[in-house]
Ligand binder design. Structure first.
Ligand code: MEV
Length: 309
């Protein structure tokens, strides 16, 4: 039997790092996809190397049922993805989410919460203490606020906000998610009160009021404040700061890094797509980044055509 699964990339709008320590976050599922195909047939058309050895490392995290299925025969693994790898847009969560869905097709236990748990556990291979937001967004749809109820439960709530546009960019990464999460942990150990106050404020910025008009102004202001806090926590880089300054000067209302930092993803909020196109042009002309413009129409994400770079 051939087992297929797919999951998405994600964008954290607010609350990265804060959510690891129990504060809220706001994230969005992106229309980027990873597909995993497990096949007992060695004739599976591979688009690159057989990813069986990577999957063999992930499956033990996913529990006895998944491990039993994996060991029941020899599997060949094909992975197709347009989620940029290791750039802060959730490539590892998209992979573990797609794998969990594929594996669940071969198991009797297929409940969404079990799939989410398998994906979340497998994410631990990539970094020690994932909060669960990346895998939830990889497996879910839309713009959602996350509230941590306790160590095991993350409550999600759809977020209502009016239209805005945004430029999402990625820069080469200088540090991994694991490094950045550990860096915050070190700061908590050495400077607990200040670090907790910063994380708490980052979490508060993630809880948006219902705003239907001029949402971009609220998002831009909050993004600028969040980025200042993230920078003070030491997770930004000069290249991220520079790309954001260029984007703001070109007309964005505000911007911030997105995800763990140490390079990687950033987001610049704009009034509309025309403004976003100008911002995208300015940013790509003066830095080594890849960008994409998206539009939120108040209900869902609208992709606005080809990348500038
Ligand atoms: C990484 O995309 C987001 C972090 O908050 C880690 C996590 O939530 O697992 C830095």
């Amino acid at each position: 039997m051939v087992l297929n699964g797919q999951a998405h990339g994600k964008l954290l709008l607010f609350g990265e790092h804060a959510v690891v320590h129990g504060f809220p976050a706001l994230g969005l599922t992106l229309p980027l996809r990873t597909q995993v195909c497990l096949s007992p047939d060695s004739d599976i058309p591979l688009n690159g190397p057989d990813h069986a050895s990577l999957v063999a490392r992930l499956v033990p995290y996913m529990g006895p049922g998944a491990l039993h299925l994996w060991r029941s025969q020899t599997w060949h693994v094909r992975v197709d993805s347009n989620v940029p790898m290791g750039c802060g847009l959730g490539s590892s969560a998209a992979l573990t989410g797609a794998l969990a869905r594929a594996v669940a097709h071969g198991m009797t236990e297929k409940r969404p919460e079990s799939i989410r748990r398998m994906a979340h556990q497998a994410e631990r291979h990539f970094h020690g203490r994932p909060s669960g937001v990346d895998t939830a967004l990889a497996l879910g749809e839309g713009l959602v606020t996350f509230h941590r109820i306790d160590a095991a439960v993350l409550k999600t709530e759809p977020c209502t906000i009016g239209p805005f546009a945004m430029v999402v960019g990625t820069l080469p990464r200088t540090h991994s998610t694991r490094d950045m999460v550990n860096h915050i942990q070190d700061q908590l150990a050495s400077n607990r009160d200040t670090t907790l106050a910063r994380l708490s404020r980052l979490g508060s910025l993630a809880v948006l009021p219902d705003v239907t008009e001029s949402a971009w102004t609220l998002l831009g202001d909050r993004a600028n404040e969040a980025h200042t806090l993230l920078r003070s926590l030491g997770v930004s880089t000069p290249a991220l700061d520079r790309a954001l300054s260029i984007g703001r000067a070109a007309g964005a209302c505000g911007g911030k890094l997105s995800g763990a930092g140490g390079g990687g993803a950033f987001v610049l909020f704009c009034k509309d797509v025309t403004c976003a196109r100008q911002v995208e042009l300015a940013v790509t002309q003066s830095s080594e980044c890849h960008t994409h413009t998206y539009q939120w129409d108040g209900q869902g994400l609208v992709t606005t055509g080809d990348k500038t770079s």
